[in-house]
Design a protein around this ligand. Sequence first.
Ligand code: PHE
Ligand code: NA
Length: 452
Amino acid sequence: MSTHNIWTHKGTFLLAAVGSAVGLGNLWRFPYLAGENGGGAFLLIYAVTLFAVGVPILIAEILLGRSSRRSPIMGMRFLSRTHDTSRAWESIGWLGAASAFIILSFYSVIAGWALHYTWRMITGSLAGADAATIASGFDALLASPALLTLYHTLFIAASGLIVGLGIHRGIENGLRVLMPALLALLLVILAYSAMNGDMRAATHFLFTLQLGDLSLEGWLAAMGQSFFTLSLGMGAIMAYGAYMPGEASLSRTALAIVVIDTAVALIAGLAIFALVFGAGLNPAEGPGLMFVTLPLAFAEMPGGPLVGAVFFILVLGASISSAISMIEPVAAFLVERFDLNRAQAVAMMAIASWALGLLIVFSFNVWADDSPFHELLGLSAFRLLELLTHVLMPLGGLLIALFAGWALTHGEVMKELRTSEGWLHTWRFLVRFVSPAAVAFVFLRAIPQVEG
Ligand code: PHE
Ligand code: NA
């Protein structure tokens, strides 16, 4: 088999995994989900799902990657063979590849909107605009297939370019520049929003728990979000884990990923809500929070358009570092399995996903109302996002937990995790019983909702 690729530095896996984890899920989705599901109540359920499901499955996924040292599909084939279990486990890899392909398609379309707003902010064309102007600007963007296609194409091409350069020259080098820059931008946003927004109201909103706000939908949303935000159940983490040097600590790294990802979501949430409350706007705007409410807040504040540009550049950078982690597992598979060169493999994945993205683009305009095609698929980025986060990613995660919990031997797990017996038993208990039960519960609840 292939000579295995390994990251150049011990810390690169953490860098890459954080790059994958931190993205639209933190900056766009977490704040609007919290806004829609009662702030503090959402946070509480989210914390529970993170620790009962997120951390254990994250560890399981890294473990499968590192012990197989192959791309997810080939890795699961290898592991099921060496463990004398059914080749059906290979479906973890296939399911992941399918999810990656779908996620990338709409992720790129939405990240493309951030490109549009970066541009609008830089040119100052939104300065002083009122609510109606900004809302109709967003509608006009969605109504334009040409603009959406342009941004979508630029975004996917940039992501593909980085992956095409290889895991060292492209991904590692790219992230080493990008990630610290993103941290700096995030702090600029936080400082600006602390000075110009209403941090008190934001803190109150995010951290005050009203038990009446706890709901089953909130629980469903929180579970889906913990998969989405940690990039779980679709092979991104497995693929990156395959390049992780053996001596780096797996459980400590996993914990660091979760802490950093959550911190970014909280900081973004605080900054966004402080601006939204400061401008007297509605926090429960849903997906439009970032693209309508926030631009309006920036439009009304001193120096807002400039800081708004910084914010949308942050969104773009975080999205690119996530998008490359969707391309990598599939590209690595194509290279391993069909002996394609990297450029060909990346191009195949990116072009296929780009084409699916076009359907999403059209679902916002040409097919928005009455095309039979739209009726048939009910296609739109948000619907696909739901299908993915509430069904495909949890299903992938469930299988990963079961395989890692039941098929791997104690000795193997010990060799990779090298932690205390106590922690190891806790982890095993979680992946064997708790995570699967929690996922299965939410999953069964979700299916009628996605269909309905
Ligand atoms: N975790 C990313 C985010 O929060 C999304 C993602 C999902 C990235 C799946 C890779 C794989 O935006
Ligand atoms: Na995330």
